[in-house]
Design a protein around this ligand. Structure first.
Ligand code: NAP
Ligand code: 12T
Length: 340
């Protein structure tokens, strides 16, 4: 039977993530009847391309969701908080990219390679949350290891691209880099310090415990997606002068003994992953390999020789694709195929 075609809205369509959502809907051949592109008042009058047609951008309003089956949201946390309940009132399911709803016990938090079954709880609030970008790529790589060897503890440090912060941050890295190499003055507008030729151990707000919100998202979201509160996680999240692609150094301690070769074999056969691990040939995943494609890349897989059951690895993905837009469209695909 042919799949039912759906009416889809993209809220935040003019942003870095929204633009990729539109491209992913096209690339992944989503079953579409109609599309509506929503953004702020500022964008009214703009047009965006979809499958060769030019579509007018409309202002996001409470009544934007009448007749819409699924709305993909990437217009900031406040916008999601305000508008997702209005969408639900009109029978529209929201797949939300912001952090607003992720830890709500009535909202499933889904990575299709890890917990696709959680989608079935979308009926409670009409919202499915898309996890944080750094968390998504980490759990894609760690879930198969957890299933087979049991992960006790995760220690992660991230090297995150500026595109995670949106269009203005992409411009800031570009403008500062150009200013620096021409010995000109530069401005810090998006980040509190210069990001060009620098590393900032600061992503999202600082909390009372000394961690940033981004670091605590990695702790809490990992446990929710892997459905195991016994896993302990500690994170340091760092912004680096890279445009696209988040990289992560990940150390795990497992319950069962595990070798680097076993992990390589396991991950080579796992969904959504490409192992790139041949140090003799200088093969390991780079942000430049990850950018523009949808797989999570894993390399530098090796024994942690400081503990009995430990592994180190390097995990890289396109933060705007698998970290945001692609994962969101994959969730919507599950909804379209199995629930709507
Ligand atoms: P961006 O490039 O700055 O784009 C922001 C988008 O939101 C634009 O389309 C903007 O419309 C729209 N918007 C802002 N305020 C609005 C309002 N009051 N009403 C309607 N639309 C509004 O940012 P981005 O990088 O695409 O990120 C967008 C959001 O996605 C973030 O705030 C975050 O919640 C989420 N995100 C999640 C992840 C993740 O880890 N999964 C990663 C990145 C981003 P205008 O063009 O009209 O201003
Ligand atoms: N501040 O949606 O700046 O949890 O890279 C994702 C990325 C928040 C989020 C970033 C952020 C999120 C960033």
């Amino acid at each position: 039977m042919a799949q039912k075609k759906l009416n889809i809205a993209v809220a935040g369509a003019t942003g870095a993530v929204g633009n990729q959502m539109i491209r992913s809907l096209e690339e992944m051949d989503f079953p579409i009847q109609s599309v509506v592109f929503l953004a702020s008042k500022r964008s009214v009058g703009r047009q965006l391309k979809f499958k060769g047609d030019l579509i007018d951008v409309q202002e996001l309003k409470k009544d934007s969701f009448k007749g819409i089956d699924i709305a993909l949201f990437s217009a900031g946390g406040g916008t999601s908080e305000t508008f997702a309940p209005w969408a639900f009132k009109d029978g529209c399911v929201v797949v939300d990219n912001s952090s607003a709803w992720r830890m709500d016990p009535e909202v499933p938090l889904v990575v299709p390679e890890v917990n696709p079954h959680a989608v079935d709880r979308y009926t409670q609030k009409g919202i499915i949350a898309n996890p944080n970008c750094s968390t998504i790529q980490m759990v894609v790589a760690l879930h198969p290891i957890h299933q087979k060897f049991g992960i006790k503890r995760i220690v992660v440090s991230t090297y995150q691209a500026v595109s995670g912060t949106g269009k203005k941050a992409i411009d800031e890295l570009f403008d500062q880099t150009r200013a620096m190499i021409n010995f000109l003055d530069y401005q810090n507008n998006v980040y509190p310090h210069r990001i060009a030729f620098n590393c900032l151990p600061h992503i999202d707000k600082f909390l009372d415990n000394g961690y940033t919100k981004e670091e605590m998202k990695m702790v809490n979201e990992t446990r929710k997606i892997m459905e195991d509160d016994s896993i302990t996680v500690t994170a340091t999240t760092v912004r680096v002068p890279v445009f696209f692609g988040h990289s992560e150094s990940v150390n795990i301690e497992t319950q069962e003994p595990v070798s680097a070769d076993e992990v390589k074999t396991l991950l080579k056969n796992a969904p959504g992953i490409k192992v790139m691990d041949d140090p003799d040939q200088n093969v390991y995943p780079l942000a430049t390999d990850a950018a523009g494609q949808d797989l999570t890349l894993v390399g530098r897989i090796r024994q942690d020789e400081s503990i009995p059951n430990g592994i180190n690895m390097w995990i890289v993905a396109d933060n705007i694709r698998k970290g945001a837009a692609t994962n969101t469209v994959q969730i919507a695909q599950i909804l379209a195929k199995e629930y709507l």
